[in-house]
Design a protein around this ligand. Sequence first.
Ligand code: MOS
Length: 724
Amino acid sequence: MTLQTTPDRPRIDAREKVLGRALYAADIALDGLLHAITVPATIAKGRVTAIDTALAIAEPGVVRVYTHEDFADDIAVTPATLGGNQPGLQPMTDTMIRFRGQPVALVVAETLEAACEAARLVRVSYRVEPFTATMDELGSEAEPYEITAEVGDAHAALQAAEVTVDAVYAQAQNHHNPLELISTTAYWGAGKLTILEGTQNTSAIKFGTAGALGFAPSTVDAISPYVGGAFGQKTVLQLQSALVSRAAVLLGRPVKLVMPRAQLFHTAAYRPRSNHRIQLGASRDGRLVATIYESDQQNARYDHFYGTSHNEMVSHLYGIANWLGRERLIRVDTSPPGYMRAPHEHPASFAFESAIDELAYLLEMDPVVLRLVNDTDRDPITGKPYSSRTLARCLERGAELFGWNRRNPAPRTMTAEDGTLIGWGVAAGAYKGSMCPAIARLRIQANGVTRLFITGHEMGQGMRSAIAAELMEVLPVNLDKLDIQMGDTRAAAQHLTAGSWGTGSAVPATRAVAEKMKAALTELVGELREGDDVHRKLMSTKRPMLEVEIEQLGLDQTQAALDRMRQGAPATAGPIYDELVAFSWIAHFVEVRVDPTTMRVRVPRVVSVADCGRVMNRRTATSQVQGGVVWGIGAALQEAAEVDPRYGFIQNNDLADYVVPVNADIGDITVELLDIPDLQLNASGVKGVGEVAMVGASAAVANAVFHATGKRIRHLPIRIEDLL
Ligand code: MOS
């Protein structure tokens, strides 16, 4: 069997998307649709004492105004579980206000305009309580440290080390701003509740809403045909999901709510603030002997968001024999943080890969060489081999493409003719190689139509294109009439599509179901030859269609994982498996140009070399890496929520003030993908790329800023005022 790399090829849904025919959940037109909007709390902590809805209800076109009095006995609060179905709280089931912006009322009207106007007229009275908006303030609550990684004796090794680094790095609060806002549309009919929601976890919507409303899960379906940016924000029920569904059931009409962007900052998942103290010990010749990694992460007072740890990725990056990782949560009165692209790996890589750069300067050693010296073929934490270890190749190839050997290592020595300071920085990254169970049902019809019903969500990353490529490789069908149904609980049980495991789970499942179909067809019509039209072959048997189904377990998984997925629960494996440890790898090389007077930082050029296993589609994978680098540049130089500690309010809650990179901020991003199938992880050799793309990118920018200016900035974002 030879696996092919799909060359630069348009995504199969490109035409539909460009023509506006690819319908996102909130685009789907429904007869009799009602529009809903929530009323956000204007205090950060306390209780609702009264809600006067009279004026709002009097507004023409308003159908209902719901408050906690309507929903308290009507929407169950099911226990929040990590990565499970529920957000940390279900609003409008009691009078408690836990954060500014928490929904306190839901207005439903015939038009969006009427709903918005009426929402403005809802009068809410509160009893205000003291609160703490950020982890810097008195009243924040630090939990005890938890040890998340421990190997050898890091304290002793650090004590004995010839060279040490000890520094604290800070990550700002960052917010997702997907083009597709979060939304829920729900309707009730023929004994079924149907929910249209842009989500990466339709099963969570199905089972979570069923649990909240007290329905049998079999009576709820959730559909998420396309998602316009998910990246972790859309992993669980949103605060509005159950509210909108309940309203639709009570009113007997479809109800749609699209969360306005300003509210999104207060109600949807975001990357919380975190501080990272890194202590490194090394020998004079650059061998790392010890790390102590301690991190603090801001969290909501009541929330469940732990996620994976900061240590998980960085502890597997180099061969460091003594490692101690400790982490804790700092609780404040804020909205629930959550997953955001490379949730812990991005801030951890900024901290750790900055510290590595600092060590390189202390040792007077090239930072690429320092990383190569500490390469390893055994995972230091578990002692197991890696399924593939290509970090050195990423670094070496990146250095070559970038022209790294022309770098003068001393800070402030490389300048352009006009005096502009030039800085070159490097950083490395990794992201876990995970897998989920998947179900795939393939139906081939004599009339040329092929339907594939499969586990996984198309979130813009190009999963349908990757699936189609794999299907065509095993069993060429009529591509023009291929319909891939995913992100739909009616099509197949759905996993949470996150953690960069989507393509690596769906592509092998596609291979398996295509091979099963090939065998079934062969049984009917004899050996298939290259160029055979499978639809004609089927027609020759006088059958209108043929259907086969497979269930796939990820590496080391048992049937129990599949059962969990069928119940809408998380069911992921990796990166630590019985026999191996699996990661995707990346190295980023960044050039910054800094104006010596204004200290404005520009990023004209980035080279990123990644190993994501076999490349399923060069165009979509390259695009994912470029997107990840853009996020890295945004986090490094621009993005931060400005929380007003007096009100607990995010002041820059729109795209005018929450600054993200625009085209003019981004120069050339050259991406090379090693394209080495990782056949130990799955039969298709595919690993994730969506998140590894961002890991290390911000560190490479910060390291380049140091090289350009001689200023080591240990917090993100790095702004002009830090460099003056
Ligand atoms: Mo991702 S942050 O695991 O959706």
